[in-house]
Design a protein around this ligand. Structure first.
Ligand SMILES: Nc1ncnc2c1ncn2[C@@H]1O[C@H](COP(=O)(O)OP(=O)(O)O)[C@@H](O)[C@H]1O
Ligand SMILES: CC(=O)N[C@@H](CCC(=O)OP(=O)(O)O)C(=O)O
Length: 282
């Protein structure tokens, strides 16, 4: 049985607005759909780190996925920026659109994660272990409170970080949280809003948006040049599809009606291409 109809993940990129998102979520809820909102917070994290004088470094894993170096000081910044600032902004926008919305995630343990003991990063062509890092991979979702809120007509708003097996907090990628939540709630649709018009064949070419992108089960594709944050987003999209989410879209969060547009065919639909074997060189 599905507990939600739609999961929307919005970005922490300042170019992505929250009012249009809220208006569109309100229209979905008015139409009887149960919607969960998940948010990231990259610009809020960067700005708060700068204000507090905490070093902010983005590393790249050997498989090409970008992640933030999260030492104890950065974990504090991530927690404040996401469960404080950004969550508050999302809740305010949803409330402004007439919805009841409640924040979850972080220390409440709605999302559980596996701690990465020493994530590996490629620096100057060499792979090294990153010590004293508090990053993890989201692994499971406690759906109890989410389901109760959805039944009551409330929009749950979910933020990283997540709780690790040792009880501590770990920084997790918000796209992966959204994919995991969509699978856990049996949602048939996942929309990943971001600060570009979809997945492009060439990230620098505005005319190269792809309507339907085929990836393998690890989010790898031959049809587009994928770098930076888009790498992890496609891993998340593939996770969702593998887990049974029927429709996954990467769509533009900068426009007036981002959810409405995505649901009516905007952005890029991601599909699994079972037949295509993609080598590790892609
Ligand atoms: N092939 C591609 N198509 C579109 N964007 C891409 C592509 N490759 C890399 N990108 C970059 O990835 C960004 C999205 O990742 P990120 O900023 O981490 O997203 P978010 O904050 O929405 O999770 C885009 O804004 C763009 O700069
Ligand atoms: C581990 C990891 O990378 N965590 C992310 C969490 C926030 C996020 O995902 O924000 P966006 O959706 O705005 O990119 C980070 O520190 O940036």
């Amino acid at each position: 049985m599905n507990l939600a109809d739609l999961v929307v993940k919005t970005s922490g990129d300042r170019r992505v607005g929250l009012d249009g998102l809220a208006e569109d979520v309100a229209a979905q809820v008015a139409g009887g759909r149960r919607v969960v909102v998940v948010h990231g917070g990259q610009d809020r994290i960067r700005e708060l780190a700068e204000r507090l004088g905490v070093a902010d470094e983005t590393l790249t894993s050997p498989s090409g996925v970008a992640f933030r170096r999260t030492d104890p000081a950065m974990l504090e910044v991530v927690t404040l920026a996401l469960t404080g600032s950004m969550r508050g902004e999302v809740l305010t926008a949803l409330r402004g659109a007439g919805l009841r919305a409640v924040g979850l995630g972080g220390a409440d343990g709605t999302v559980r994660a596996r701690r990465k003991p020493a994530p590996r990063a490629v620096v100057d062509g060499r792979t090294m272990a990153v010590h004293d890092d508090h990053s993890g991979r989201p692994e499971s979702v406690d759906t109890t409170v989410l389901a109760a809120l959805l039944r009551a007509g409330v929009v749950p708003v979910l933020s990283p970080p997540a709780v690790a097996e040792d009880g501590g907090l770990v920084n997790v990628n918000a796209d992966r949280v959204a994919a995991l939540v969509a699978v856990a709630l049996g949602a048939p649709e996942l929309v990943l809003l971001t600060a570009t018009d979809g997945v492009r064949a060439d990230p620098t070419d505005a005319g190269s948006r792809i309507d339907v992108l085929e990836t393998d089960a690890r989010g790898r594709t031959r049809t587009a040049r994928i770098t930076g944050g888009m790498t992890g987003k496609l891993v998340a999209a593939a996770d969702a599809l593998t887990g049974g989410v029927a429709a996954v879209r990467v769509a533009d969060g900068r426009i007036a009606h981002p959810v409405r547009d995505a649901l009516s065919g905007g952005g890029t639909r991601v599909r699994l291409a079972h037949a295509v074997a993609i080598g590790s060189d892609s």
